[in-house]
Design a protein around this ligand. Structure first.
Ligand code: PAF
Length: 289
């Protein structure tokens, strides 16, 4: 596996690769490291569709609205390198903050979808998605992949990236991958490593609430949104809820309480201790569309 720390290094290498191999496809997986089985499933998909698999590891300060959250984000680069290598990743891009942002930490150029960014995670994490779109846009420009693979756990992020990719004609094929879960149902996340044993136990209510909502919907396809919200209340009493709702999966608008859901996204963000976790589940569709 080749490792690059500079934009010039990786883009020069890839330019040369494309020149020598004009028919080969580059598949890219952007990550913030602290890799787990969820990331590895993205790498495997990239391996399946691409000739050259490129992974980036960069904990992007621009997408953290909370300095402490950024500082506490788990890092284990040595382990990440060996996991990526074992998974057959060809190229790793691992830049430092200075390389990406220079001396500019504020007043960054912004890519915004005001409506969609004001919903769900955007409500309590101002600036988060602007930071995500900026880094993903730049990575796409530097790496110029044919494919990019993203997990469905960050569904709002995925939608925004798909929109940006289309609107800016970046011409990357975005491939969504289903959520990978622990045995007890908890969605895999690098943040899970920060849970205390007690908070880890509490976190199980997240996926249970979503599974209960989907079960209820499967049993009674005429169930109302307000009844689904009652299920959340039953399950999520022990954690601090940021949001828990039923949304239109295309726009992320709240579905009205008296709506019967033919297609909906049940999505949740909660705090277990000081760790913010998100999860979602589809009814009448899936994350790929
Ligand atoms: O999902 C993530 O890990 C990050 O938001 C991403 C896409 C790598 C951008 O920093």
């Amino acid at each position: 596996m080749q490792i690059f720390n500079t934009i010039k290094g990786i883009s020069g290498f890839l330019e040369n690769y494309r020149c020598v191999n004009p028919d080969k496809k580059v598949a890219f997986v952007p990550t913030m490291g602290f890799l787990h089985e969820g990331h590895l499933s993205l790498f495997r998909k990239a391996r399946e569709v691409g000739d050259l698999v490129v992974v980036s590891i960069f904990v992007n300060p621009a997408q953290f609205n909370n300095k402490e959250d950024y500082e506490k984000y788990p890092v284990n680069t040595e382990n990440d390198i060996s996991l990526a290598e074992n998974e057959g990743v060809d190229v790793l891009f691992h830049p430092g903050v200075q390389e990406i942002y220079g001396d500019q930490s504020t007043n960054l150029i912004q890519l915004r979808y005001p409506d969609m960014m004001s919903r769900l995670c955007g409500k309590t994490r101002p600036g988060h998605f602007e930071g995500v779109l900026l880094i993903v846009h730049n990575l796409f420009v530097w790496i110029k992949p044919q494919y990019a693979v993203f997990g469905c756990k960050d569904y709002q992020q995925l939608l925004l990236i798909q929109k940006m990719n289309k609107d800016l004609h970046l011409e990357v094929e975005i491939i969504p991958i289903p959520i990978i879960r622990e045995k007890d149902g908890l969605a895999m996340s690098s943040r899970n490593a920060r849970l205390s044993p007690e908070n880890r136990k509490d976190a199980i209510v997240i996926s249970r609430s979503l599974a209960a909502i989907r079960d209820a919907w499967e049993k009674n396809p005429r169930i109302l949104v307000k009844e689904m919200k009652g299920i959340y209340e039953k399950y999520l009493g022990s954690v601090q809820v940021d949001y828990a709702g039923i949304y239109d999966p295309r726009t992320l608008e709240d579905l009205p309480d008296d709506a019967i859901v033919t297609q909906g996204l049940a999505a949740v963000a909660v705090y277990c201790g000081d760790v913010r976790l998100i999860d979602n589940m589809f009814m009448g569709g899936n994350c790929g569309g």
